[in-house]
Every structure is written in structure tokens, then in C-alpha cells.
Design a protein around this ligand. Structure first.
Ligand code: FAD
Length: 491
């Protein structure tokens, strides 16, 4: 059942009501679930662009406040960077995966919409890694005493895939600070390349090289130390909390994509798909939105959840200028490519090494995927991110598979004939996504960090890249709620 406007207001502070939300300019009562092109003349109270988690959260919040809301989505599916491969055995998550205990808004929405979370542990994240470093296979137990281990003393027990998170987090200047402290003037001295920060702490070149394998961005030199310090600060915050069963991370039962689906179904007007927005034009307080198929929609208020780098391809009248324009032109997303396989038989039983493989070579990581059910067939994914993923921009899917398999079999002959190709998932070639996680380059937190949430007339921006406290999926929820509240409190 929908929350009535009265009920929503009952949960809000007096200040919020005085600020104007008691009288939003809701005009058109409509009972239709879906809106199609014949509604394009109607002036909506609000239009949300993008049906990822942030856009859907904004739409739900605006609707709960009594506004009539239309959501436009460019892709032919919901969820944006939440994407369960429902047709692939085991239903792997190709994007947003782990839901932390600290994901309050997300957990609340899951519960409200009647979905369940579960522990994705069968053959999954608990399986150990084998390492291939400088061409040598090394199992986890041998790493501490291995000659290629670049760390000293007790640190030698740290496994290579943990280097980036653990070493970055030593003496983290954000420790014991609030989750918004990364934006404070005191942190600006850390808005420098992450490798430079680590060198200043005495971290060796070899450790930095291994940390560079997994960094979710354009590499250590192109990433602000604040980006990484914040990432591990938020993770620390999560690890202090837990679900009722003591676990820190979960997924949605049946696949994370069921959440955006349920959010969309809860709306009075379900999102309209295949509506790639190409321009916003605001005149006399009304925003006209033009889509690539030449349809136009009008609204008094707009929430735009388009990833910031994709906004380079969108026109604004009046133009966006100044710092926000620089942010649109300069902020980027980490890139990644995934090659998904079915595992026909357990090659790890043949060679006695661990199933998961972490390498400092071109295929970076092969992970045996988390199973949704005990009975699911084993599946695996090669996950290559950061600068190494750039070369795939020019390859077809078959060329990516050929490249990946050649490298895998060189490293691990037991894998030959054990893999069946499923699909390539690429953030690289995706015009609506442009990457996986936003990242801050050196100097960008200082320049743009506090400008990301500034509206452009009646257009309000949300999306993970505008979140203050949280990151990832919960950051998306936080930002959608904030953008909706900006409208509710100020209209
Ligand atoms: C591989 C991978 C793994 C991840 N793992 C995790 C994890 O374990 N935990 C976690 O918390 N987070 C994770 N994330 C991050 C998380 O998925 C995202 O931060 C979050 O889903 C972003 O939501 P959003 O609404 O901000 O953006 P999006 O989901 O990108 O939503 C934006 C929407 O706008 C649409 N759009 C774009 N351009 C247009 C246009 N011109 N017109 C109309 N619509 C448009 C897009 O299609 C999309 O639906 C992961 C992401 C990836 C890619």
C-alpha cells in the first residue's frame, strides 16, 4: 500500500513542513501505472532521470511526499549499476554486489518491499586465493615466508589481495572521524596521488605495484589518497556493525536486481524505459526534457541521476558553467571488464591449487562465483579493472574471450577445456554507465567535493558520485533521498 502524503508529513520535522512541503504543487492525480508518450504534454510535479538505485529512491521519496513523479530510464532495463545476470546459472551479480550492515536505507527498502537478504557464502567469498606473482604460483599458506613477499615483520602475514585495503588504512587520518570528514579542509593535504601518499609512509615500490592491481580507478598515480582513505574508513565503519546473525555483508535473495524491480513496481507510474535523455531546457520554472527518440517531457522539478561523466553528452539550457561544468568534464569512473564462464569440472581438484586466482599479470583475477543455491553449477569470472581494462575498448566479445583464455591457460594449464563462455560484461562500452565506481583524482576532492550537490535551476543532481557519508549502493540511496528532500523542502 502506498504511504499517504499525510503519513509522510507526519514523519517529518516541523521545520520541513514550514519550509513548504505541506503545499507541493501537485496538480494532476493519475491512477495509471504506466505513462507513455501520450502523456508528454502533461507538466509533472517531478521527473526523475535514471532508474538506478539513486533515481528510484528519489522517485519513491517524492511520491511519498505526495508529488506526481515520472521516471525516465535510458536503458531497456532497470537498476543501472545493479545488474544480476538472471539468465546465467547461479545468477551472478555483474555490478553492485555486497550490501553492508551499515546500509540503513537500502536494508529498510528491502524490508519494506517484502524482499529478503541472505548470506552468499556457498563456494564464494570464503574460498582462498592462489597467487601468481612475477610468474610464480604461490599458495596462501606459503606467502608469509615467500621470497617475493615485500613486507616486513608481522605485516608479512597480510595476503596480496588485502594489500590495498590494509596498507592504505594504516594510521588512516579519517580514523574516529565522522563519515563526512573526508570533505573537511583538514583533509585537503591528502588530496595527492595515492602512491605519493604511500611512499611518504615508507611503503615499498613492490608493495605499491601489487596494490595497483586491484585499485578501482585510473591507477594509483591518478587517484587521490582521500579516495582510498575514505573507502577504507567507510568499510571500517561497516565492520563495526553487523546484521542480526553477526554477518557484515549480504545480498538480495534471488538477485540484487529484484530490489530496483520492486522499487519501480511500488511507484504510481512505473519508469519508462529506452528514454535516453539528451537535453534539459528550463524556462519560466518549467524544465523540458528531450529524449533521443525525440519525445519531450515537462516538469516543475527534475532529479537527474545520470552518472556525472555521461552528462558530458547531455545539453543544458541555460548552460552549466563554472566549477560544476569542470566537474562534469573532468570526473571519471573506474573501468572494468568481466568475462563470465561456466566451470565444467573443478580444475582445482586436478592441480591441487585454490580455485580463486589473483595475479599481477594481464588477467588480474579469476574468482569462482558465489552460488545462489547449493545446486547451482560452478561459475567463474575474470575481473580486470583499472588501466589494464582499457585495452578491451577496441575488442569484440570473442576477442576478449580469446585473449583471456590464452592468458589463463598459460598461467594454469588445468583450466584448459574446463571453461564454457557465457558473456562479457563491460562498463567500458556502456553509454549509460561510463564505468563502475566514481573516483576522485588528485586535487578533485578540494576542487569539486562540496559542489557536487548544487542544483542547476530546478534540476537536482543525485547518484553515488554526490553522496557525502556512504559509498556504492548505500551512497546512491543517500543521494536520492537528499535530492528528493531538497525538492520537498524548497518547492
Ligand atoms: C562491478 C561493480 C561492482 C560493485 N560492487 C558493489 C558492492 O559490492 N557494494 C556496493 O555498495 N556497491 C557496489 N558497486 C557500486 C554500485 O553498484 C553503484 O554505486 C550504485 O549502484 C550506483 O547507483 P546510481 O543510482 O548512483 O547510478 P546508476 O546505477 O548508474 O544509475 C544511473 C541510471 O541512469 C541511467 N542513465 C544514464 N544516462 C542516461 C540518460 N542520458 N538518460 C536516461 N537515463 C540515463 C542509467 O542507465 C542508470 O540506470 C559496484 C559497481 C560495479 C559496476
Amino acid at each position: 500500500m502506498k504511504t499517504s502524503r499525510r503519513k509522510f508529513l507526519g514523519t517529518m520535522t516541523g521545520a520541513a513542513i514550514i519550509a513548504g512541503c505541506a503545499n507541493p504543487k501537485s496538480s494532476n492525480e493519475s491512477t495509471s501505472k504506466t505513462i507513455n508518450d501520450k502523456h508528454t504534454d502533461k507538466i509533472m510535479d517531478a521527473i526523475v532521470v535514471g532508474a538506478g538505485l539513486s533515481g528510484l529512491m528519489a522517485a519513491m521519496t517524492l511520491e511519498e511526499a505526495g508529488l506526481e513523479v515520472l521516471t525516465l530510464e535510458g536503458r531497456n532495463r532497470l537498476g543501472g549499476r545493479v545488474y544480476t545476470l538472471m539468465d546465467v546459472p547461479g545468477k551472478p551479480e555483474a555490478a553492485g554486489e555486497y550490501i553492508g550492515a551499515n546500509y540503513a536505507r537500502m536494508r529498510n527498502t528491502v524490508k519494506k518491499l517484502g524482499l529478503k537478504l541472505y548470506n552468499p557464502e556457498v563456494n564464494g567469498i570464503d574460498r582462498p586465493w592462489m597467487y601468481n606473482i612475477q610468474g610464480q604460483n604461490i599458495d596462501a599458506k606459503s606467502w608469509e615466508s615467500h621470497a617475493l613477499n615485500p613486507l616486513q615483520g608481522d605485516d608479512r602475514a597480510m595476503l596480496p589481495h588485502r594489500f590495498l585495503s590494509r596498507i592504505s588504512n594504516i594510521d588512516n587520518p579519517l580514523k574516529d572521524k565522522g563519515l563526512d570528514y573526508w570533505l573537511s579542509p583538514e583533509m585537503q593535504k591528502y588530496d595527492i596521488p595515492h602512491d605519493q601518499y604511500l611512499r611518504s609512509k615508507g611503503v615499498s615500490e613492490e608493495a605499491i605495484r601489487l596494490m595497483n592491481v586491484v585499485i578501482h580507478s585510473g591507477g594509483m598515480t591518478n587517484t587521490s589518497a582521500i579516495n582510498e582513505l575514505r573507502r577504507y574508513h567507510v568499510m571500517d565503519f561497516n565492520s563495526k556493525l553487523s546484521f542480526e546473525d553477526g554477518k557484515s555483508w549480504k545480498m538480495v535473495e534471488g538477485g540484487n536486481s529484484l530490489l530496483p524491480k520492486a522499487m519501480a513496481e511500488s511507484l504510481q507510474h512505473e519508469p519508462v524505459l529506452n528514454k535516453t535523455v539528451i537535453s534539459f531546457k528550463e524556462e519560466n520554472g518549467i524544465v523540458e526534457i528531450q529524449c533521443a527518440d525525440n519525445t519531450r517531457y515537462k516538469a516543475r522539478q527534475v532529479v537527474c541521476s545520470i552518472p556525472i561523466s555521461v552528462l558530458r553528452n547531455v545539453t543544458f539550457f541555460p548552460q552549466i558553467k563554472g566549477i560544476t561544468k569542470d566537474a562534469i568534464d573532468q570526473i571519471d569512473y573506474g573501468l572494468s571488464i568481466q568475462a563470465h564462464y561456466l566451470i565444467k569440472s573443478p580444475f582445482w581438484e586436478e592441480d591441487g591449487l585454490d580455485g580463486n586466482m589473483w595475479t599481477d599479470g594481464p588477467i588480474e583475477r579469476f574468482g569462482v562465483r558465489t552460488k545462489k543455491k547449493e545446486s547451482d553449477q560452478d561459475a567463474g569470472v575474470v575481473f580486470i579493472n583499472g588501466p589494464e581494462s582499457l585495452k578491451f575498448r577496441l575488442m569484440t566479445d570473442d576477442q576478449v574471450f580469446d585473449y583471456v583464455e590464452k592468458e589463463l591457460y598459460k598461467l594454469r594449464p588445468s583450466m584448459e577445456d574446463k571453461l564454457e563462455r557465457i558473456m562479457i560484461q563491460s562498463c567500458e562500452r556502456d553509454i549509460h554507465g561510463a564505468g563502475d565506481w566514481v573516483y576522485w583524482q588528485p586535487g578533485q576532492v578540494t576542487k569539486f567535493g562540496n559542489h557536487m550537490r548544487k542544483p542547476h535551476g530546478n534540476i537536482h543532481f543525485c547518484g553515488e558520485h554526490t553522496a557525502i557519508m556512504e559509498r556504492g549502493m548505500e551512497g546512491a540511496f543517500e543521494s536520492g533521498e537528499r535530492a528528493a528532500m531538497d525538492i520537498i523542502l524548497n518547492s
